[in-house]
Design a binder for this molecule. Structure first.
Ligand SMILES: [Zn+2]
Length: 284
């Protein structure tokens, strides 16, 4: 992967650990933009227990790098700073951290560590780790997936965050297959003219068609997801799998979010119906 094709915010949010990003001779500014990133990123906060926006908290070292870079390239200096000899940042080896503070509390933070060496950048650390965040972020889905498949969902995230593309795809595929099977059970028990023999013989894309109406709408509208997942195992490269993973994972989350919302609504209706029945019986 090349830094030219990678937006800076995605380096923090999407780049797996130890996945090299290549720099070319005209990419020095991009490296400084990363050192001195002054913007916001969206990330899960395990203190707030929800998605949050984090602002960069520029540490002194990165602030100094930015000052040096501006001086070197544009002759801009900040009074009081001692300016070191001019250097090309692309030719040095450095380990640096980037820190972010949650918008809801300055005590909630996330930190990334990188190494830049010989035109290559690697993310070498993150705290809290993706594994810690993934557990919290995904916990609500255990209600839909059950313990075993929930563990597999965490494993998918774990493999992805360590740069293992095809492996993480295999687990996502198992999650999708599990969801399909759950809806198959519901459909086979409830559809008026259910043809089980036809279902068993059908290809996956036809099975999905047969289950339409039982899936969350997002699933039906994006049934081709399964095709991409199964293709991943045979045809896509590690890098392509890593590139697609966040999109497919988010799509699976949306499917499960829709299911959770549906269940919550049903529970609410059940509870309110009980109360309504009570009022009616007391007043008739
Ligand atoms: Zn927070």
């Amino acid at each position: 992967m090349k830094i030219k094709d990678y937006p800076i915010t995605k380096i923090f949010t999407n780049l797996p650990l130890y996945q090299p990003i290549e720099f070319e001779s005209d990419d020095e500014r991009k490296l400084i933009e990363l050192y001195s990133f002054d913007g916001k990123i969206d990330f899960y906060c395990n203190e707030c227990k929800k998605e949050s926006t984090y602002s960069s908290s520029l540490n002194d070292e990165n602030r100094m790098r930015r000052t040096h870079f501006r001086y070197k390239n544009f002759g801009i200096s900040t009074s009081g700073n001692s300016i070191p000899p001019k250097k090309n940042y692309l030719e040095i080896k450095e380990i640096f951290t980037c820190d972010f503070i949650c918008a809801r509390s300055k005590d909630h933070s996330i930190h990334f560590m990188f190494i830049y060496d010989n035109y290559k950048l690697l993310k070498i650390g993150q705290y809290p780790s993706n594994a810690d965040l993934a557990y919290d972020k995904n916990r609500k889905y255990s209600k839909i997936l059950g313990d075993q498949k929930f563990k597999e969902l965490l494993r998918a995230d774990g493999l992805f965050s360590h740069g293992i593309g095809v492996g993480s795809f295999v687990y996502l595929r198992r999650i999708i297959e599990n969801l399909i099977e759950n809806y198959h059970i519901i459909a086979s028990q409830n559809a008026p003219c259910w043809d089980e023999a036809k279902y068993q013989k059908a290809k996956v894309k036809d099975k999905i068609k047969m289950l339409e109406g039982y899936f969350p709408v997002f699933f039906s509208e994006n049934a081709q997801l399964y095709g991409v997942l199964s293709k991943g195992i045979h045809e896509l490269s590690e890098i392509e799998c890593l590139e697609y993973y966040p999109i497919i994972k988010t799509s699976i989350e949306l499917i499960m979010d829709e299911e959770l919302e549906k269940r919550e609504k049903e529970l609410k209706i059940k509870a309110i119906q009980k109360s309504i029945d009570k009022i009616v019986s007391e007043n008739t």
